[in-house]
Design a protein around this ligand. Structure first.
Ligand code: PRP
Ligand code: URA
Length: 230
């Protein structure tokens, strides 16, 4: 069985708790996803390769670290935009590749269709982090890993917010050597291939318009008003 790393951190679990609530508006959903991306970047950094370096401060020499091997992040569009952004904030020296994928669900079958790719033709020099906020059946993550492999990507790390137990098993049955990091793993994949209890449709919730944006200010933008600005 492959290596599953479930992030043991109350701050991460708190933001996931907020993502689960159906009342979390798209603006806040994106904000919490981005924070989770940063936390995930912090955890992924333990698996990156670091070199040691001497650094001279004004008062003497100390030992420090520097990123030894270049990194590429591959974000899976569209749901992963805020999560990927947060992870990139944590590891800003990484390159960013994008793959757009959608699930095609037919009777008793789910496939992943890739409809856009912007990844370097060779990834041999890089540690590659594949980032997608949900891993339900695991088909999308596996399909994107195949694309990375086809470009010579050797050292790969998979990062998600929420996985299903089934998805983890499927992913590791295909790629037992790839570490998979998740904030949490839920027990059930329902008959529509959704993670249960889950966070709903992460794509819709991450990308939708938000007429209640900045609810903390109580502005209530979605209340109709007469005095429109022309
Ligand atoms: O593990 P899987 O069963 O493959 O499901 C996970 C995929 O589902 C979601 O994408 P979706 O197909 O909803 O597309 P979207 O991001 O464009 O909404 C999510 O972002 C993953 O890519
Ligand atoms: O539970 C799920 C499954 C696929 N995609 C999602 O966004 N959520």
């Amino acid at each position: 069985m492959g290596r599953l790393i479930v992030i043991d951190n109350p701050l991460a679990k708190y933001y996931l708790t907020l993502l689960r609530k159906p009342g979390t508006t798209p603006g806040l959903f994106r904000e919490y996803m981005r924070k989770l991306g940063f936390i995930m970047g912090y955890e992924v950094s333990r698996l990156l390769e670091w070199g040691r370096v001497f650094v001279d401060s004004d008062h003497g020499r100390a030992e420090g670290f520097y990123p030894y091997k270049p990194v590429y992040i591959i974000g899976v569009l569209g749901a992963s935009i805020p999560f990927t952004h947060g992870l990139w904030d944590a590891i800003p020296w990484a390159g960013l590749g994008l793959v757009a994928a959608r699930r095609v669900i037919s009777e008793n079958r789910v496939d992943t269709e890739i409809y856009y790719e912007r990844i370097p033709s060779s990834l041999t020099a890089y540690t590659v982090i594949v980032v997608d906020p949900t891993l339900a059946t695991g088909r999308t993550m596996a399909r994107v890993v195949e694309e990375v492999r086809a470009r010579g990507g050797g050292r790969i790390i998979a990062a998600t917010v929420l996985a299903s137990r089934y998805g983890v098993e499927y992913f590791h049955s295909r790629f037992s050597e790839i570490p998979l990091l998740a904030i949490e793993v839920d027990p059930v994949l329902d008959k529509n291939y959704f993670i249960t209890p889950g966070i709903g449709d992460a794509g819709d919730r991450s990308l939708s318009a938000d007429m209640a944006f900045e609810p903390r200010l109580g502005l209530g933008f979605n209340e109709p008003r007469e005095d429109r600005v022309e």
